[in-house]
Design a protein around this ligand. Sequence first.
Ligand code: IMP
Length: 422
Amino acid sequence: MQSNITVVVGAQWGDEGKGKWIDSIAATAAVVARFQGGNNAGHTIYHAGQKFVLHHLPGGIFSSTTVIALLQGMVINPAVLVREFDQVRAYTDVDPKRLWVSSCAHLITPYHIFRDQQSEEHAMNPIGTTKRGIGPAYADRALRSGLTVGQYIHKPSYDAWIAEQRANDPAFAAFYAAETNQWIAFASQAATIAPFVCPAEARVRKAVKDGVHLMLEGAQGVLLDRDHGTYPYVTSSSTITAGAFASLGLDPRLLTRVIGIAKAYLTRVGGGPMPTELKDSVGEQIARLGQEFGATTGRPRRCGWYDAVAMRYAAEIAGIDALYLNKLDILNDLAVLKIAIAYDHPQLGRLTDFPKDAHILKDCVPVYETVPGWQGDLPKHGTVDALPAALRHYLDRIAYHSGVPIVKVGLGPGPDDYCDLA
Ligand code: IMP
């Protein structure tokens, strides 16, 4: 069967600036599907001169001819989703014909948010989660005690689910009794969401059989993958390409291409090892110029040099074919730039493969290749020849050490501020 399926993933620890590219990639897709995560994500998209920070809705939302699917691998906060519908309504069609919400996706309930906050506040080693209830919602899904969208919008099923939780879990019962208003507000969104609920996976698979271009949009980044990321400092879903196919229930052999989006440096939010982290004035400069604050939580992001060891691993676990590299302009005026090409570990010696085990990674010291920086502002677009020679050299070294071709580079925040390399 001839297929045309593009997977777009963040190739680092999230916040790679996927929003900058997603809409243009989505422009050629008939269907765009989000396959994991929830409102821990925050995509910034500029449309009609306005800035939108969307947490559930993927790229393509502003093109009324594009079908948007929220697949079962997601966890959904209904109040946030309804707010997003309201945010975009004046600019695009919010219509069940083109907005499909999987009846098998799970809900993030008030109790999940409470548990996430409690465990972060009382943990000896907090993960640094977004406190949006993501981990507990996925945990309940794995325990088979979670609430699906299908149950949520069907009042008798919802009431039965609440009754069962109250009977089986005294902590739930106590929270339910104490926070009645939260539960009333939670249940009140069901009527708004109900018209959009459908067997989204089957519909998307049918569209694939019909030969349309499907884009599967990842949230967070592949180094935060529940299985292949730096556990336990990960999110609770499968962020890699294989996760997209598991969420959709599609033959992975139908995959056409994987685009990885990365920054020309590295950031991380929350806890967990990050060998190239810069705790000096260079790190502060990158954070300031790059406005490195979380789109969802506003937390400052940790900044560091580009890590080609991590990128080689990311490309391997997600099958990345092409890299879109963002925010080159943030590195203007640095005397030198560093690229991590290996790690030294006190017991294990020189490592060229990324050790995903957090307890090994935390002791890794990067081995850097240092290259000259470039001075002055960059052109906002144009051809690669117009870019400073030092920048082109930096890109060459990144591509060489990462083992992935760089196809586009971001030269500024606007959607047109980029240049094609291939
Ligand atoms: P959770 O997904 O809220 O459970 O958080 C788990 C880890 O993933 C924490 O380190 C978060 O900072 C990180 N994380 C979750 N969502 C994002 C995101 O969209 N961008 C960057 N990091 C994220």
